[in-house]
Write a protein that binds this ligand. Structure first.
Ligand code: ADP
Ligand code: ZN
Length: 597
């Protein structure tokens, strides 16, 4: 969402930068110009010592000076043209000439009054460097956010707080958990009289795009109080001490306009565990310390509620989570099928949809999508429909939009060599065939060798089931499916390619999580070992990392072996599917099934 204050700031910076650039150009111009003039006049110039000599030798006819200026015109007796001289101390020079005149040296001395125009210009130019430095300072301070940068969405001024719970689809449990905050902001007195303690800080945990900012705004909107927001990442590039002062200012402002909501996005950027490090890290420590001080400082009766968002609550400094700080956590999960349908409905309101469209079907096709991604799907669908000159958004537009958001734009235009195509065909056919023989894996929905985004091809699965738990067998088989592409390349073409790098990365990650997060390794047992410091891990044995590594490798080895076995016993099918892919580039679910009947 765009907020005006930020845009205004941008214009402001742009103007400042332009002024600074103009100043620099003018300065350089002046220096250059002066130099050039000087060069021209070189033979017309006369050094001070030489001038004194010439005066002594009675060679000087006339001297013309301007009060307040060191530049002096000199007319020599034997030369027609006037020369210029720089006279360091004018008063002493005048006395010297008067002395000479007294002694019979015939010099005409003319003293002109100051030329005001010239003086003003000179003075201005002498201030130039100062002005430039000032501008630079203002720029730096503004950029570092010394200025008041916390954004306030005032209820009566901004449309942002028009957001209410109605705009937040799904998330019913979360809304229920947060409704008491709304009541409290509306009628704090009632709660205080009862002696009730209301949390000061609430941590909203969840993936980006799941609606954390949205729900925070909705709370402000429901309670009709201002919403001040700031992002943790804004602090990272700050000068020493500024992060802390920004935090202080943010809370100062909040107290002034209370009751209100402070929203800190990406709090992990400042709230990550404190270290003893120096530099940027210790700067973060300072900011974090200030945040802790502020959280402790304000009283519950000040009616300021701090909401903070993060995707990595486990990374946060424990001190942040103590009572009186962010002692309550609300997890915002990716929406389930029903939630997705509701989110789609909300974002479909301002779109022209064909009556035939079933948002329910779209919801079923988009398991794992966040609210932001779903909003994006509808927007993409509207764009596609416009380009295709449809009167209303059609189901096919929506389907294309889903694909586009999933794997990036189809790139028909990319020229691919036959060899690459062949490799991709066998790779994707490998995934599809291996999955077919794995109980727990989803059915194939589409196999294609049309490149999308970075991938040369893709195999899509029917993931229309929302799952909360995944079994060990399922994870093991997922590894097999992922390695099916590589296994097919190796066996059918006796060569392997870089095309499997992403599969390998994902598989390795899953295997690691199985061992260190889900406790699925018999060898290591149900112990959480991920993201623990090495010394913390050592509690579980000197060579625990070796043991983890061995387990991960074992899981991958077994999966790769199984993938190869499946390919070897289905070589005819692999070949058939790959050849069909080379011919048609894309195979639907129905067509894929015909290879097995
Ligand atoms: P986060 O703060 O978790 O990264 P946002 O709140 O910024 O996510 O969500 C981005 C956008 O996605 C919202 O502005 C909204 O358009 C859409 N969105 C996300 N979740 C929902 C939801 N539950 N209902 C309606 N729209 C949503
Ligand atoms: Zn692959």
């Amino acid at each position: 969402m765009k907020d005006n204050p930020k845009n205004k700031d941008k214009i402001y910076y742009t103007i400042l930068i332009i002024v600074a650039i103009i100043c620099i150009i003018i300065t350089i111009g002046i220096i250059f110009f002066n130099k050039k003039n000087k060069n021209k006049e070189e033979d017309l110039e006369i050094a001070y010592t030489e001038l004194i000599k010439k005066i002594d030798n009675q060679e000087v006819e006339k001297i013309e000076m301007t009060v307040g200026s060191t530049s002096t015109k000199v007319k020599l007796k034997n030369i027609e043209k006037e020369k210029q001289a720089i006279v360091p101390s004018t008063q002493a020079f005048i006395e010297l000439i008067q002395e000479q005149v007294k002694n019979g040296n015939e010099i005409e001395l003319i003293q002109n009054p100051t030329n005001i125009g010239v003086r003003i210009v000179q003075t201005l130019f002498s201030f130039f460097p100062t002005i430039m430095i000032l501008i630079l300072f203002i720029l730096i301070f503004k950029m570092q956010g010394l200025g008041d940068k916390g954004k306030v969405y005032d209820t009566d001024k901004s449309d942002n707080t028009n957001t209410t719970f109605k705009d937040v689809a799904g998330l019913d449990e979360e809304k229920n958990e947060l409704i008491e905050i709304v009541d409290f902001l509306k009628e704090p007195k009632k709660f205080h009289e009862m002696g009730a303690k209301i949390p000061k800080g609430i941590l909203l945990c969840g993936k980006p795009g799941t609606g954390k900012t949205l729900i925070a705004k909705a709370i402000a909107g429901e309670a009709n109080v201002p919403f001040i927001s700031m992002s943790g990442s804004e602090f990272i590039e700050m000068f020493a001490g500024l992060g802390a002062s920004r935090v202080r200012k943010l809370f100062e402002k909040a107290k002034k306009i209370a009751p209100c909501i402070i929203f800190i996005d990406e709090i992990d950027a400042i709230g990550a565990r404190r270290t003893n490090a120096s530099g940027a890290e210790s700067e973060n420590n300072q900011t974090l310390n200030q945040l802790l001080v502020e959280m402790d400082g304000f009283e519950t009766n000040e009616t300021v509620i701090v909401l903070a968002a993060t995707n990595r609550p486990e990374m946060l400094d424990k001190a942040l989570l103590r009572p009186g700080r962010f002692d309550r956590q609300v997890t915002i999960a990716s929406p389930d099928a029903k939630g997705r349908e509701e989110i789609l409905k909300i974002h479909a309101k301002d779109k022209k949809l064909s009556e035939k469209i079933s948002l329910k079907d779209v919801a079923n096709d988009t398991a794992g999508f966040t609210g932001a991604e779903l909003a994006n799907v509808l927007n993409e669908a509207a764009i596609i429909a416009t380009i295709k000159k449809h009167k209303k958004i059609q189901m096919e537009d929506l389907e294309d939009a889903v694909k586009k958001v999933t794997v990036g734009l189809e790139k028909h235009s990319r020229v691919i060599s036959d060899k690459d195509k062949r490799l991709t065909a066998y790779h994707e056919a490998g995934h599809a065939i291996v999955s077919k023989f794995l109980e727990t894996q989803f059915d194939v929905k589409e196999v294609s060798i049309i490149p999308r985004g970075l991938a040369g091809g893709y195999t899509m699965y029917k993931t229309n089931e929302d799952k909360y738990y995944i079994s060990k067998t399922e994870m093991e088989e997922k590894l097999v499916a992922l390695l099916g592409g590589r296994a097919a390349e190796k066996i059918a073409l006796n060569d392997i390619s870089t095309g499997a790098s992403n599969d390998i990365e994902v598989a390795t990650q899953i295997a690691k999580d199985m061992v260190t997060v889900y406790g699925m390794s018999d060898d290591i047992g149900p112990i959480h070992l991920k993201q623990k410091d090495p010394y913390e891990r050592q509690v579980f044995g000197e060579n625990i990392d070796d043991a983890i590594g061995a387990e991960v490798k074992r899981l991958i080895d077994i999966a790769y072996k199984k993938a190869q076995d499946i390919i070897l016993s289905n070589m005819d099918k692999l070949q058939a599917v790959a050849e069909r892919l080379l011919e048609k580039e894309i195979i639907s679910a129905e067509e894929f099934e015909t290879f097995f009947s």
